[in-house]
Design a protein around this ligand. Structure first.
Ligand SMILES: Cc1cc2nc3c(=O)[nH]c(=O)nc-3n(C[C@H](O)[C@H](O)[C@H](O)COP(=O)(O)OP(=O)(O)OC[C@H]3O[C@@H](n4cnc5c(N)ncnc54)[C@H](O)[C@@H]3O)c2cc1C
Length: 452
């Protein structure tokens, strides 16, 4: 069996490894447009900040690990045409030489492109002008090269999503003056506005200037500086990073007739199969099954890409497996604060037809008598009548184990638990780390007290 995979990041590599694990005789070839197979692009902000000293450490696995696992890697080769009828993919190597590769099964794991928002002049500017996008290792090399070569003292970040905020943190650690600009009135729109205000306050404490509700409309080079302007904004900086989200990279498959679904991502079923014969797809290029919503959504996350890749790899070699679904569980560290969510927020839940009640509490993360207790703010969203937990959001200091606590909430949501089930969970307790009732259970108690 010849399995061809296009893309060598989270989804593509997991598909290849899983296929080999399930069927060691399968021939797996990966066509990878760049030279960085299985690199953790999630780690780029921490290399830029200096927390991770060497970019090579960002590799989940080395090239030789992957080859030892039986994956043939064709690096620097781009798939330019797919003929699903003939089961052929045309690839072009860096010298421009084209070759046709035949497959029995194909997995598309082409990921996503960084979005270039409609800002006049943006198309004309690039890394050599000090204007950067950040999605690939090559983007990261261009950015770090610029930081080292020109030693800019100020940066403008367009986009206050999690990547923009991680990069604000990274740039501050490198000593830059940082301004974050976003068209929306809040940072981190995955959180409700009042919780995102806690993140905005943390940015302020660390000297990041925030310009929310400020759509950038034009960008131009002005001497050695870059000027960004729009209604109510006229800013200059030595460097600009555009972190405005991603869009699925679907051109290859779409040209071959693949159907598009949520957010223009490839339409797949839960086995990660497309409607094209013998073609599966996974990761940021596909739509995502959501555990709580009745229709697919688009949630481009590394954790999802890994799991979908595994499912695609197993199905590619004939073992039927279904992607269990996503809850959009996400966590981000911004300076000394951690913000997280899982499941639906109140508005999303209502849009999906749920009648919900919401509770928000502030409580200590551990027993107050033990030094270092810090406040954790926690919101639960649950179906009013049944009490079924539908969503959670949390913000707390880095020491408050927000990541652990959101994962407990994610597990509860996935299992269909009610808030009173959560209150009854046998969770761990020791005074330096928690309380007999974990903050999640304090919130569950408050929800029950308020909703019943
Ligand atoms: C800065 C940053 C931080 C992030 N942090 C987090 C985080 O903390 N947590 C989290 O869950 N997610 C995070 N993400 C998102 C996560 O990295 C992505 O969801 C994940 O990498 C998607 O993996 P993928 O394999 O689907 O696609 P991608 O990583 O986009 O990889 C696509 C692959 O396809 C190849 N390719 C594309 N087109 C072709 C072609 N025509 N021919 C050959 N090869 C091709 C590319 O070279 C690449 O190998 C972050 C992303 C960024 C940019």
């Amino acid at each position: 069996v010849r399995l061809l995979i296009v893309g060598g990041s989270d989804a593509g590599i997991m598909a290849g490894l899983e296929a080999r694990a399930v069927n060691p005789s399968v021939e797996v070839t990966l066509v990878v447009a760049d030279h960085y197979p299985n690199f953790s692009i999630c780690g780029i902000p921490y290399w830029i900040s200096g927390d991770v000293a060497d970019w090579r450490d960002l590799a989940h696995r080395s090239r030789s690990d992957l080859e030892r696992a039986g994956l043939e890697l064709r690096l620097g080769e781009r798939a330019v045409e797919l003929d699903p009828g003939e089961r052929e993919v045309t690839v072009v190597d860096p010298s421009g030489r084209a070759e046709v590769l035949r497959y029995d099964t194909l997995v598309l794991a082409t990921g996503a492109h960084a979005v270039r928002p409609p800002i006049a002049g943006l198309e004309q500017l690039g890394p050599t002008d000090g204007v950067h996008l950040l999605h690939t290792m090559d983007d990261a090399f261009a950015l770090l090269g610029d930081l080292e070569r020109r030693a800019p003292s100020s940066a403008l970040i367009v986009g206050a999503g999690y990547v923009g905020l991680e990069m604000a943190d990274a740039f501050r650690r490198r000593g830059l003056d940082v301004t974050v600009v976003d068209a929306l009135p809040q940072v981190l729109r995955t959180l409700d506005a009042d919780l995102s205000a806690l993140v905005a306050a943390e940015l302020d404490v660390h000297g990041v200037v925030l310009r929310t509700a400020s759509p950038a409309k034009a960008i131009e080079a002005e001497g050695a500086a870059i000027r960004l302007s729009g209604p109510g904004v006229d800013l200059r900086a030595d460097l600009v990073l555009v972190a405005a989200g991603v869009r699925p990279n679907v051109e290859l498959a779409h040209r071959a007739g693949a159907a598009l679904g949520a957010a223009g991502a490839l339409a797949v079923d839960r086995c990660m199969t497309t409607a094209l014969p013998g073609v599966l797809a996974a990761g940021d290029c596909v739509q995502t099954h959501h555990r709580l919503l009745s229709e697919p959504t688009y949630l481009p996350l590394g954790t999802t890409a890994h799991k979908q890749g595994q499912v695609a790899g197993a199905n590619a070699v004939g073992v039927r497996r279904r992607f269990a679904g996503s809850l959009g569980t996400q966590v981000v560290a911004v300076f000394d604060l951690v913000a997280a969510r899982s499941g639906l927020n109140g508005a999303e839940a209502e849009k999906a037809g749920f009648d919900v009640a919401t509770v928000t509490i502030e409580t200590d993360d551990h027993k107050a008598y033990y030094p270092g207790a810090r406040t954790i703010t926690l919101r639960l969203i649950a179906e009013r009548r049944s009490g079924r937990l539908l969503g959670a959001q949390m913000v707390g200091a880095a020491s408050t184990s927000v990541a652990k606590r959101i994962d407990v909430a994610a597990a509860a949501i996935a299992a269909g638990l009610t808030v009173s089930d959560v209150a009854d969970l046998d969770l761990s307790y020791t005074p330096p780390l928690g309380s007999p009732f974990d903050p999640l259970q304090v919130a569950a108690g408050a929800w029950s007290a308020g909703a019943c």
